[in-house]
Design a protein around this ligand. Structure first.
Ligand SMILES: *Cc1c(COP(=O)(O)O)cnc(C)c1O
Length: 237
């Protein structure tokens, strides 16, 4: 799919304005919030377009799609896996991503840690994905099990736990997402205290709910549609 540069610049301006307004309402500095471009289903030119505009964090939800796309990308960017990871793809993920946001079970912790060891990769940054809304259709560890999982990531030799990620339940009521974001922040505070590490990254907020996410403390927004338009082959994580 072709991405149109002018449309992209205009949409980026609108997204930045939405972020700035929400940050202002919350008394936050918009400069502490990273806008990540989600380029799934789009070609390598979308990644280069985003990078040229200063968006260096690129989100992809499929390991193989990203690995293939990377060959066509000219810009130097930071690749983030935001889609579900199967343990048999852990090695490919560790080889092709700069951070994995979707660590949600012990088996994935072990598989990624082992893959990094084999690849000679000293530390792979990761986030633990939490299903704060307890939505059975969504991936993520439950709030009750998050602490044990975070401890195992923290103990893994080749992984560095940097924070938490969530994907709230889809709901017409924006308060549902807001509650999930507030819940993720509170959980982060508890886990950071318990582990004695900052867990500074809160990956939450997408096209439809980025204002609530900013107001609840997001440090990393994952935005696709608002930057690139509707996905033709729209599939979700
Ligand atoms: C696709 C996707 C996004 C981006 O969603 P938009 O609504 O297009 O902004 C964010 N996070 C995850 C995990 C996704 O799979």
């Amino acid at each position: 799919m072709m991405t149109d540069p002018e449309g992209f610049d205009r949409r980026l301006g609108e997204v930045r304005l939405r972020i700035a307004r929400a940050a202002e309402r919350a008394g936050r500095d918009a400069g502490e919030i990273t806008l990540m471009a989600v380029t799934k289903t789009h070609g390598p030119e979308a990644v280069d377009l985003a990078a040229e505009a200063g968006l260096r964090h690129i989100g992809e939800n499929r390991v193989q799609e990203a690995a293939k796309k990377q060959h066509g990308v000219k810009a130097e960017v930071f690749w983030e896996l935001i889609g579900p990871l199967q343990s048999n793809k852990a090695r490919l993920a560790a080889a092709h991503f700069d951070r994995v946001q979707t660590v949600d079970r012990p088996k994935i912790v072990r598989a990624l840690d082992r893959a990094c060891g084999e690849l000679g990769r000293s530390e792979l940054p990761v986030l633990v994905q939490v299903n704060v809304s307890e939505d059975p259709r969504k991936a993520g560890v439950s709030v009750a099990e998050a602490s044990a999982l975070a401890e195992s990531v923290h103990a893994a030799k080749h992984l560095r736990l940097e924070g938490l990620m969530t994907l709230p339940a889809l709901d017409d009521d924006p308060e549902v997402a807001r509650r999930a974001f507030a819940g993720l922040r509170e959980l982060r505070d508890r886990l950071a205290d318990g582990l004695g590490v900052p867990l500074s990254v809160l990956s939450m907020g997408m096209t439809g709910d980025l204002e609530a996410a900013v107001e609840e403390g997001s440090t990393l927004l994952r935005v696709g549609t608002a930057l690139f338009g509707e996905r033709e082959t729209g599939f979700d994580a």
